[in-house]
Write a protein that binds this ligand. Structure first.
Ligand SMILES: NC(=O)c1ccc[n+]([C@@H]2O[C@H](COP(=O)([O-])OP(=O)(O)OC[C@H]3O[C@@H](n4cnc5c(N)ncnc54)[C@H](OP(=O)(O)O)[C@@H]3O)[C@@H](O)[C@H]2O)c1
Length: 248
């Protein structure tokens, strides 16, 4: 993957790369952005609300990197196209795409789940991943990497989380397909499957969840960076990371 001309004296293999992280204003997305800033990556940070994304940008720019903070709703094709246009103008390419934006829903059985809640989760976690990937791929080159933040809910199910389970199972199907399509182009596709991680998403999924048993977002970010720094002729296809306590 080519290094940008503004690569700093950082000795990380990732220094000078451009990384786009969706849902970077908090939680796992922010932790990944923070870790990549520490490796010397230039960053594009997005979320629906601009203020928190700008705040994250102000914090991370202190690493001496370039940061573009943009509001982008991954559910909206127009918003996603506008994001791609801004990146093309400012950075011209993306080396690392982290599809992280995601939501949960209130714990309810299928018979009681409102259709709007189902649609919103599928639109964000599955359709959003498709829309972002489709618009950003033309900006990616050999040596690039895509990290799709799924969940252990991509391979196992939790009762009363049907839309979340379905969105993540679908997103794993998309991720695995993408990996085969991009093999010949030398773009690595990593399925990230974290278990319970202490973030705001639990406020909707399970407000009383035992947070102390959960991993920190920084742990997930460390695992992601360790996968990304591997030599370009090797890849971690599936990164499954769980609390030692297992599923909660
Ligand atoms: N926490 C866990 O235990 C866990 C485990 C496995 C996988 N995950 C996955 O990790 C990802 C991040 O979740 P998190 O736990 O870090 O939750 P979080 O703290 O609630 O962060 C979610 C992020 O996504 C953004 N977002 C939500 N909807 C969006 C949309 N339509 N367009 C753009 N950005 C949007 C949010 O910003 P705005 O609200 O401003 O849009 C926020 O930055 C999700 O895909 C989640 O499924 C989480």
């Amino acid at each position: 993957m080519p290094k940008s001309t503004n690569a700093r004296s950082h000795d990380s293999a990732l220094a000078g790369r451009t990384a786009l992280i969706t849902g970077a204003s908090r939680g796992i997305g922010f932790a990944i952005a923070h870790a990549l800033a520490g490796e010397g990556c230039d960053l594009v940070l997005t979320g629906r609300k601009l203020d928190p994304v700008r705040k994250a940008g102000r914090e991370l720019v202190q690493h001496g990197i370039r940061v573009l903070a943009k509001a982008c709703d991954v559910r909206d094709p127009v918003s996603v196209k506008a994001l791609a246009a801004s990146i093309r103008k400012q950075f011209s390419r993306v080396d690392i795409l982290v599809n992280n934006a995601g939501i949960g829903h209130t714990s309810l059985p299928v018979a009681k789940l409102p259709y709007n809640a189902w649609k919103d989760v599928i639109d964000t976690n599955l359709n959003g991943m498709f829309l972002i990937t489709r618009e950003i791929l033309p900006l990616m080159r050999r040596g690039g990497a895509i990290v799709n933040n799924l969940s252990i809910a991509a391979t196992q199910v939790f009762a009363n989380s049907s839309a979340y389970n379905a969105s993540k199972h679908g997103a794993l199907g998309l991720t695995n397909t993408l990996r085969e399509e991009l093999r010949a182009e030398g773009i690595r596709v990593i399925a990230l499957l974290p278990g319970a991680t202490d973030t705001e998403i639990w406020n909707t999924l399970w407000p009383d969840a035992p947070r102390k048993k959960m991993m920190s977002p920084e742990t997930i970010a460390r695992a992601v960076v360790s996968a990304l720094v591997l030599p370009e002729n090797s890849t971690v296809e599936e990164l499954r990371i769980l609390p030692t306590a297992g599923t909660l």
